[in-house]
Write a protein that binds this ligand. Structure first.
Ligand code: ZN
Length: 320
């Protein structure tokens, strides 16, 4: 089930998903489901490299704005964040839950900092087992949002993660990237703090992108814990095509052909600041090849890989 575009004309622009590299698949799955309490909503393979898992975590349905995905590679070298990359990926939790989460991280041995205010909200920064930079942002509105929080009992529903808050991109300068956010994705400037400028798209989950302009700074090295790309939402193919037209026309950027990712349809482009961006359609969503109750339980393959299932299952590392 995917969220319908709003009927009242209110902007619902925001992130669709974030995709990163990780180390061993089982350790990644344990951290995101058992420590953070996200739902594994899809277990598939990298369509471009079927020897590697592609794991999707999100809310109960894997709604756009809640989906963090990984390509796990055992013994992958760690990445190092640099310019032209996503520096931090932040989730939203109820504001009153920040204390509960701090306690949980202490108890479970998760590397974290003391909560600090950022743009007026308490932020609890932490790292996953691969060193990926993450944060929980305490949002007052998260307590009263319409979608019920996913819980399997690991994290009580009242404290559960409610999708993304947003991402922070590390850039040399903010202007060229900001132009894409405002002109193509319908975001608007929502605040400045030190080197950071925040842009808001209006979506409840994943509605914020913060640009951190640091001037000359080393480039990163992609590896375990690095974000590979971030995807923005398009309500449907027509909305995606309109965005592509803005990108290739006024902004003069090169964009890939549309690719069928089974659960959404995607185009990719390198934004002027160096970050790989994707535009993904809200539909058809994750219940297209298994029931909503059984999401994430079985290895799912697209039709073109199904004939090779036995060999693929043989090569994939154990996840159970
Ligand atoms: Zn993607």
């Amino acid at each position: 089930m995917s969220r319908m575009p709003s009927q009242d004309g209110t902007a619902r622009n925001g992130l669709h998903h974030v995709t990163a590299f990780s180390g061993a698949a089982a350790r990644n799955r344990d951290f995101y489901t058992r420590i953070l309490g996200l739902r594994l909503v899809k277990r598939t393979v990298n369509f471009d490299d079927p020897g590697t898992h592609h794991l999707y975590y999100g809310d109960a349905a894997g709604n756009p704005g809640t989906i963090l995905t990984f390509f796990p590679v055992a013994h992958a070298a760690p990445g190092r964040v640099g310019i032209g990359e996503t520096q931090e990926t932040a989730f939203r939790v109820p504001r009153a839950s920040i204390g509960w989460w701090t306690h949980r991280f202490v108890e479970t041995g998760v590397t974290h900092d003391a909560p600090t205010p950022v743009f007026g909200e308490p932020v609890l920064r932490f790292r996953d087992p691969d060193g990926m930079m993450l944060a929980l942002v305490g949002v007052a509105a998260a307590e009263t949002q319409s979608d019920p929080a996913w819980t399997d009992g690991t994290v009580p529903a009242e404290h559960a993660i409610r999708g993304f808050h947003g991402v922070t991109l590390l850039l040399r300068e903010a202007g060229p990237t900001a132009a894409i956010l405002t002109d193509v994705f319908g975001f608007h400037e929502a605040g400045r703090e030190d080197l950071a400028t925040r842009y808001a798209g209006g979506a409840e989950a994943g509605g914020f992108v913060t640009l951190r302009a640091v001037g000359e700074f080393p480039r990163g090295r992609q590896g375990a814990g690095s974000v590979h790309h971030i995807a923005f939402r398009a309500a449907d193919d027509a909305a995606q095509a309109a965005m592509v037209e803005r990108l290739t026309g006024p902004h003069g950027l090169a964009v890939t052909e549309q690719r069928d990712r089974q659960y959404f349809r995607s185009v990719y482009f390198r934004e002027p600041g160096g970050v790989l961006f994707e535009i993904a359609t809200d539909g058809p969503g994750f219940a297209v090849d298994e029931t909503a109750e059984n999401l994430g339980r079985a290895l799912k393959l697209p039709a073109f890989l199904e004939p090779h299932r036995a060999r693929i299952e043989d090569r994939l590392p154990e996840l159970a």
